[in-house]
Write a protein that binds this ligand. Sequence first.
Ligand code: RIB
Ligand code: CA
Length: 326
Amino acid sequence: MTEKKLIPVILDCDPGNDDIFAILWAMIAHQHGYIDLQGVTTLGGNVSADLTYRNALRMRDFTGIDVPVGKDLRPVVGAGDASHIHGADGIGGLSNLLPDVQEPSQTLDSVQMLIDAIQRQPGQLTILVTGPMTNLAAAERKVPGILQQTKYIIAMGGSFHAGGNVTPTSEFNIWYDSASAKAVFDATDHIVLIPLDVTQSFVFSPEDTEQFLAEINHGYKADFMRKLTQAVIHTTRNFRETHYQNGFFVHDGHVVGFLLYPHLYRGTLVGVHVENQWEYTKGMTVADRRNHARTDYRKTLVITDVDHYGFLEALVQDFREFDFGE
Ligand code: RIB
Ligand code: CA
C-alpha cells in the first residue's frame, strides 16, 4: 500500500483565546498523524504581535509538538486590539499558569515562512487562517501570484447574515485589516471562508469541554484549559453574545474542523467583496449571489452550514485522545 501522504499545513493566527483551541487541535492532528503541521505563523490582531508570538510558543511547549513559530516583524501600526475580549496577555490573563516561554535565538519572519512553505510544495500547502489576512497580503505583495500556488486557504472570517461582532456589520478578522482582506480575496480562488453565520450557529458548553478535560491528568495543563474555558465564557456573557446560553462560540476551531472533517460542512461558491472605506461598513463582506454569468472575478467557497453534533463529537474525541504529557 502506498505510504499515506500527509496534508502539509501552516496555521496563521493571532492567539487569542479561540485561536488557542485551533492551535491545540492542529497540533493534536499532527500528533495523530492526520496532517503535517509545518509551522505556526503569528501576527498582531487580538493582541500585539509580541504577545501572539509568545502565546504560540507557549502552545508549542504546552503540547511538546516542536513546530517552527513565526513572528510578525512589521513595525506596530497601532490598529488597536481585542484585549478587552482576550485579556491583556491574549490568553484570558492565564499566562501565569504556564511555564515561562523561551524565545528562539533566531526569530522567524511569518511572511517569509509562508512564502517558503508555499514555494517548497507548489499546489500542495493548506494555510489555516484564524486572524487578520495581513500576512497573506504581505506574501502576495512580495511574490505576486503566490496565493494561487496554495492548495487551500481555510479562513475564519466575515459575516453575511449574522451581523458584525466588532461593528454592526463587520467581523473582527476582516475588519482589523480590511485592505489586506480585500487584496487576498482578489488574489485567489482557493479560499474557503467560515463566517460568523456558521461559527455563531451553536454554543460550546462547559459540559462539552468537561468531556475532554476529564481525560487530561490533573496537572497544570487541565487547570489552564479549564480556566481558559471559564475566561471565554465570562467575556462571552459580558458581551451577551450567546443570548443567555451558558458557553461560548468556537470561531477559529472550525478551520481545523473543516480541514479534518469537511463532510460536516456545506457551502456555496460566490464572489466575495470586502468593503474597505466607509465608517459603518468597513470590513463588511458582501457575497454576490445575482443570477448572472460569473466570469470576471474570483470565487470563494463560503461555508453556510455545519453539522453541530458531528463537529462537537469530532473535536471532543480528538482532544480526548491527545496525550498532553505530564
Ligand atoms: O470574529 C472572531 C475572530 O476574531 C476570531 O479569530 C477571534 O480570535 C478574533 O480574532
Ligand atoms: Ca483569531
